[in-house]
Design a protein around this ligand. Structure first.
Ligand SMILES: C[S@@+](CC[C@H](N)C(=O)[O-])C[C@H]1O[C@@H](n2cnc3c(N)ncnc32)[C@H](O)[C@@H]1O
Length: 395
């Protein structure tokens, strides 16, 4: 492996050891309960890729077993020896085995389905555990069997394996419910976006703008700014904050059925708080049959054609109000034009030949902008936009 590849593999392995906070799980689950108090009643919930000694998922679901009306809770963990990022004692199994040496090459399974200690309630204290046959890899036959038996799958899977994990869930039927944490960039993946477009998956109830804090292993590298942000939210020490993580689910919640209140196109041009919209025109892309809407709150309420909106629109997406028709990515294939010869002019004026403009929506510019990256095609300047979701108003 090249040095660069080794570094990036190590980086993503480290990113796999992010532990979700109880408050974030509670807030998210409460939103589903508000919408349907029986959403988990009589259900078997599987928490794969968990580390029950450290995971708040297991703690939350076990503590709320009766309130949620669960039939069974199953949680599995990955063997310490299989984890690519190995840290100190904090993240190793405690010797819980009556003096026996822990089998660090094996994963574990925790099950909760009855009042083991006969104290009149079913909770965390009643969890029973044993070793799995293998290391607890979610792709293994034994964990896949648990997936097949479960009604709902909930976890924060290893970030580096998000696509694979989603495919693993969806290898079963759509009747299987799931709630998983991922990175918002996953929305533009070709394995992920079609699910969102077809309303087979959507964003969870906690908004994008809400920072999520994760516990990290002792000694893990955390950017000082993220550590400071986590501390500001009350998590001091081995915590990081990830501004771009979000929940993906096919469980319904109320927020996604609240339509956006929007102004008409004329009202936006007159009153929008955004200078890019006020006293301006909604422009057509050069390579997509759609208009550019740079902000979700500037979506015109009276436009019937296709509109390109930022990815963050999904946070406000109400399927009764809008239809998602595509995304401005080459793999989606909706562009009506490509640019064979492009010159990228960087902020500092450097020029190089690229092919980037072919992936994304472009706007033709009237003049070459100053201090911004732009592209020249046959001498005409273009701006390339971030990935846009293409939507149309439902009537
Ligand atoms: C992002 S952490 C989240 C842990 C826990 N679910 C939580 O949210 O607090 C992902 C976990 O998956 C484990 N993991 C990594 N690769 C795995 C695999 N192939 N199968 C199962 N678990 C894996 C990691 O070691 C880590 O404990």
């Amino acid at each position: 492996m090249s040095k660069n590849k080794t570094l990036s593999a190590a980086k993503s392995a480290k990113n796999d050891e992010f532990y979700t906070q109880y408050a974030d799980i509670q807030k998210e689950i409460n939103a589903y309960l508000d919408y349907d108090p029986d959403v988990f009643r009589g259900k078997t919930v599987l928490l794969p890729c968990d580390d029950p000694e450290w995971s708040n998922f297991t703690l939350f679901f076990a503590q709320n077993f009766e309130r949620l009306g669960l039939k069974k809770l199953v949680s599995t963990s990955y063997a310490p020896e299989s984890k690519t990022a190995k840290y100190g004692a904090l993240f190793e199994y405690a010797a819980m085995m009556n003096g026996e040496k822990p089998k660090n090459e094996r994963g574990r399974i925790f099950v909760l389905d009855h009042d083991v200690n006969k104290n009149g309630r079913i909770d965390f204290e009643d969890l029973e555990w044993e070793y799995l046959k293998g290391d607890g890899d979610f792709r293994s036959e034994e964990v896949s069997r648990l997936r097949d038996e479960a009604d709902v799958i909930v976890t924060n899977p290893p970030f580096s394996m998000f696509r694979e994990f989603l495919a693993w869930i969806l290898a079963t039927t759509d009747a299987k419910k799931f709630l998983v944490i991922g990175n918002m960039n996953a929305i533009t993946y070709k394995e992920v976006f079609p699910l969102i477009k077809d309303n087979r998956m959507w964003l969870g109830a906690t908004g994008f703008v809400t920072d999520m804090v994760f516990r990290v292993p002792k000694g893990a590298e955390v950017a000082p700014a993220d550590r400071a942000k986590a501390a500001k939210l009350g998590y001091v020490g081995d915590y990081t904050r990830l501004g771009n993580s979000c929940w993906f689910t096919n469980l319904d919640h109320g927020r996604r059925h609240q339509p956006l209140r929007l102004m008409t196109m004329a009202q936006n041009v007159k009153h929008s708080k955004h200078k890019e919209v006020r006293d301006a025109e909604y422009r057509n892309y050069d390579n997509y049959d759609a208009i550019e809407v740079p902000f979700t709150d500037a979506i015109p309420s009276d436009y019937d054609g296709v509109m390109g909106v930022p990815i963050s629109f999904l946070d406000k997406y109400c399927p009764e109000q809008f239809e998602i028709v595509g995304i401005t990515k080459t793999w989606f294939g909706a562009a009506n034009k490509t640019y064979p010869e492009q010159i990228e002019v960087s902020k500092n004026g450097e020029r190089k030949r690229v092919s980037k403009l072919n992936d994304g929506a472009t706007l033709k510019l009237v003049e070459e902008p100053q201090g911004e990256t732009y592209y020249l095609v046959d001498g005409t300047p273009y701006a390339q936009l971030y990935a846009r979701i293409l939507i149309r108003r439902r009537k």
